[in-house]
Ligand binder design. Sequence first.
Ligand SMILES: *[C@@H]1O[C@H](CO)[C@@H](O)[C@H](O)[C@H]1NC(C)=O
Ligand SMILES: *[C@@H]1O[C@H](CO)[C@@H](O)[C@H](O)[C@H]1NC(C)=O
Ligand SMILES: *[C@@H]1O[C@H](CO)[C@@H](O)[C@H](O)[C@H]1NC(C)=O
Ligand SMILES: *[C@@H]1O[C@H](CO)[C@@H](O)[C@H](O)[C@H]1NC(C)=O
Length: 488
Amino acid sequence: MSSRGLLLFIFVTVITVIVTVSESRELIRPFNNTISAVYVFGDSTVDSGNNNYINTVFKANFPPYGTNFANHTPTGRFCDGRLVTDFMTSYVGVKENVPPYLDPTLSLDELMTGVCFASSGTGLDPLTAQLFDGVITVPKQLENFKEYKTNLEASIGKNRTKTLIKKAAFLISIGTNDIAVNYMSTPLRRLTYNITAYLQVLLQQLKQLIEGLREEGAHIIGLVGLPPIGCVPAVITLYSGQPIFGRPCVDTFSNIALDYNNKLQDMLKTLQKPNTILVYADIYQPLNDIVHNPSKYGFEKANVGCCGTGLIEATFLCNSGSVLCSDPSKYVFFDAIHPTEATYRYLFESIRPTMDRFLKKLSQMISVWVPPVTGFVKINVDATLIVESSSSAEDVATIRGLEFGIDKGWRNIILEGDCKAVTEGVLGDNDRSKFHLLGHIFEEIKTLATSLDSCSCSHVFCENNSVAHALANPPSRASELYSGTCTQ
Ligand SMILES: *[C@@H]1O[C@H](CO)[C@@H](O)[C@H](O)[C@H]1NC(C)=O
Ligand SMILES: *[C@@H]1O[C@H](CO)[C@@H](O)[C@H](O)[C@H]1NC(C)=O
Ligand SMILES: *[C@@H]1O[C@H](CO)[C@@H](O)[C@H](O)[C@H]1NC(C)=O
Ligand SMILES: *[C@@H]1O[C@H](CO)[C@@H](O)[C@H](O)[C@H]1NC(C)=O
């Protein structure tokens, strides 16, 4: 070892945990706690009530909306109950529902576990929000998120906010209003853009939202594509030419959605980055199947909404004076535009495999320290060296850790370090380690280990060694044995 005192900063942390076997065998939430918070952006497919707090007529905070929500409360969701985003949030164990950001009564805990910035009636094209009486545009939703972040930093500090946002899921659902209301129902955009060019305009806006969120620290972003817009009851009424009998889906509308979805997926490929998750979930095919085969899913009516005549009513036209169908769960649509909770539940189930896939990837990306089984003590070591390569410091840290454990009288030790050279050296066979520059140190570690009942040594990724790593970095104290106990 260096005699010039360069090898100074050796920190050894001792981490002991007794694991108790978990009694609850709830298997429906395999990725509980992988996600810290959920943030939602978009339109009425995901708005949980922001429009309640702005000056617009496009609201849903009165009956019969919310009739199947907890306590039959109208929340501002355009639905009889919960939205897909609520089901998703509940599935990852964050909380049951995502509240609207503009609700001034939210507790810090509610704010920290995620809020919704979406606004019913809005679109990617800023003109769409104008057509809808000044609802919240996408750039304004992003601005609100920045304001939220600033406030959160003031409450819990910058570092915690950063970590929270890094582990949060950002969900986006938007675009139907741009096509069904703006482009197809008014001449404004059609004068300037053919549909191909218009879809590019929309995707460009979406790209800006994704990039904006990433600039704010988002690592996990999930998007749904567009639904079969031509099968929305109000679109059928207005555009199928058969508003009363027959009521077929309008393929021109749905085909635009399909085209958009394909282009969206192509665009997402160009926006992928290492160590981030950008995931697309398709809702077109599942909803299309539900609409065309309703009885397969237990639905009785798929081309009219449950509220009123079901042909055209939505928002203020669907109100406490409207006749309601006897069982919304038998209807695919609740009003003439928006699905029922029953439909949203199926949509959630259909995107769950996609979620599982990315949550699995995520839990591998953010690997964590794993407690040892009962009867074992896990010693995590890490070291910092100012000048030379740190691997010899890692060796010393490993030896010091082992000595520490032996001193304590522990008989079953699991050593973990994030320095691959050391763990490979210790694990390697004697012949190979003999020729290694640090062979004698590996020998020393092995000799020490023979005095124990059992000792294993393994390499873990830095993330699994974070407590030891944090104690050793930055080097601030002279050669020191640092021990702490971590229970998790
Ligand atoms: C998942 O998280 C929720 C909410 O945090 C909690 O109530 C539930 O017990 C957890 N389930 C499991 C299996 O850990
Ligand atoms: C926040 O993180 C930075 C960099 O990781 C660190 O230097 C700083 O001390 C941290 N601040 C607090 C308050 O923990
Ligand atoms: C749509 O417009 C773009 C230019 O804005 C043009 O290049 C393209 O050929 C047009 N497509 C069709 C199908 O007319
Ligand atoms: C590191 O953490 C991940 C995620 O918790 C876990 O799957 C993996 O087994 C851990 N690795 C070790 C060597 O403990």
